[in-house]
Design a protein around this ligand. Structure first.
Ligand code: ADP
Ligand code: MG
Length: 408
């Protein structure tokens, strides 16, 4: 690790207000992350920002802090709008902003997303929130009803912009940005800078500050990645053996289809594991409960589809299992990025069948990942092809300081 490359920035040096410093202290953050150190001053100067940073680098506070510091008292209108691709992310961002605003009792944040009764959201909007965190569809709904007006917004944030635009929200995002004043500060965060992200930046940003946080050194998630070839029911057995061998207490399992996720959840519970699942068919209120319970450690294994889990931030996930190989290379990074966060290290296990070899090669190439093959030896010990235990191999993998710039 190259410690000297990390600038000695502190939150104090960013001239934050006492209320924010106190909240940040209570959240347990010692120093700003690189994306925060760069974004906070730029946003406070009123500049547009386009930031490319991998998951887990602290983007929420990077935009949350300057938004809170810049709130005015001379208006009742919505001042900042944060648009993100999923309900889960929406809830999570609002949560983090509320923690940041713990000592700012005048701050009101409305959370607008689909699947939640509109009445609750109308009540929140009636209270004149300064900040709105929303998914595009529901925000447009409220704009259409005249219950949310963006004509006085001075900061618009697009979080996980690549995901949002890829999910076909580009027209919705345009309509939202078109409803803000022409001089609105537009801030975009993205793990990758896709064609669509560049198009929106070109159209809505002026002289944007570009921030690139490479996924290396301290930013790089520390994840030891492994591969197991097993098929069918053997996967369940292998997964349970790994969970037991490594004594894992906080695990996420990804499946490609809702049906897989549902069945896995049931099977795990039948086997006596404490497990629950998240997929698109589960009602929103239930999803929020599941997320909360998982975050609070009330159960150990969360099984999820990619969409349901996008952007979810749970601390302390010890291992991620790819029960199926993800259909998209980027999903692989998103999935394994649930672990190895905030300077901890984590494990990622991917199950593959012989016919997955091409997909695997693609993932390895795209993600520059060193994924080690694992198998159970005659004595039932989980080992790499070189005969190392998972722990030994992980130590080796995490020490190696190879290049890790994410592919695009
Ligand atoms: P991203 O949006 O880049 O994926 P998040 O904003 O979700 O990342 O933050 C990831 C985790 O890091 C969260 O648990 C958050 O509370 C934590 N975090 C944010 N800023 C800091 C900091 N300065 N120091 C330590 N942890 C932080
Ligand atoms: Mg984020």
């Amino acid at each position: 690790m190259n410690q000297s490359a990390i600038p000695a920035v502190t939150f104090e040096k960013l001239s934050l207000s006492p209320a924010l410093l106190r909240a940040i202290d209570r959240m347990g953050f010692a120093a700003p992350t690189p994306v925060q150190a760069k974004t906070i001053p730029a946003m406070r100067e009123g500049r547009d920002v386009i930031a490319k940073a991998p998951t887990g680098t602290g983007k929420t506070c990077a935009f949350g802090i300057p938004i809170l510091e810049g709130l005015r008292e001379d208006t009742q209108d919505i001042q900042a709008v944060i648009v993100c691709p999923t309900r889960e992310l929406c809830v999570q961002i609002a949560d983090e902003l509320r923690q940041l605003a713990a000592f700012r009792s005048e701050v009101r944040i409305a959370n607008l997303y689909g699947g939640q009764p509109i009445a609750k959201q109308l009540a929140a909007l009636d209270k004149h929130p300064q900040i709105v965190v929303a998914t595009p569809g529901r925000l447009l709904d409220h704009m259409g009803r005249g219950t949310a007006w963006l004509g006085n917004v001075y900061t618009a944030v697009l979080d996980e912009a690549d995901e949002m635009l890829k999910m076909g929200f580009i027209r919705d995002v345009r309509r939202i940005l078109n409803a803000t004043p022409a001089d609105t500060q537009v801030v975009m965060f993205s793990a990758t800078i896709s064609r669509e992200v560049m198009d929106v930046a070109w159209e809505y940003q002026r002289d944007a500050v570009e921030i690139h946080i490479a996924s290396e050194g301290d930013n790089r998630p520390r994840i030891a990645q492994f591969l197991l070839s097993s098929v069918g029911g053997a996967r369940m057995e292998d997964m349970l053996r790994i969970i037991q061998a490594l004594d894992l207490k906080r695990v996420m399992v990804f499946g490609n289809r809702k049906s897989t996720v549902r069945i896995l959840g049931e099977q795990l519970r039948r086997r006596g594991c404490s497990a629950d699942c998240l997929h698109g068919d589960i009602p929103q209120s239930q999803r929020n409960k599941v997320m909360k319970a998982f975050r609070e450690g009330k159960f150990e294994i969360l099984v999820a589809t990619d969409v349901a889990a996008r952007g979810i931030d749970v601390d302390d996930v010890e291992a991620v299992f790819n029960y199926d190989i993800p259909d998209e290379n980027e999903y692989y990074l998103h999935r394994i990025g649930r672990t190895g966060r905030a300077k901890r290290h984590g494990y990622a296990f991917t199950f593959a069948s012989p016919q997955d070899q091409f997909r695997l090669r693609d993932i390895r190439k795209y993600t520059h990942s060193d994924i080690r093959d694992l198998h159970f030896d005659e004595t039932g010990r989980l080992v790499t092809d070189e005969g190392l235990s998972v722990e030994e191999a992980a130590r080796q993998l995490l020490q190696a300081d190879g290049p890790r710039e994410q592919g695009e």
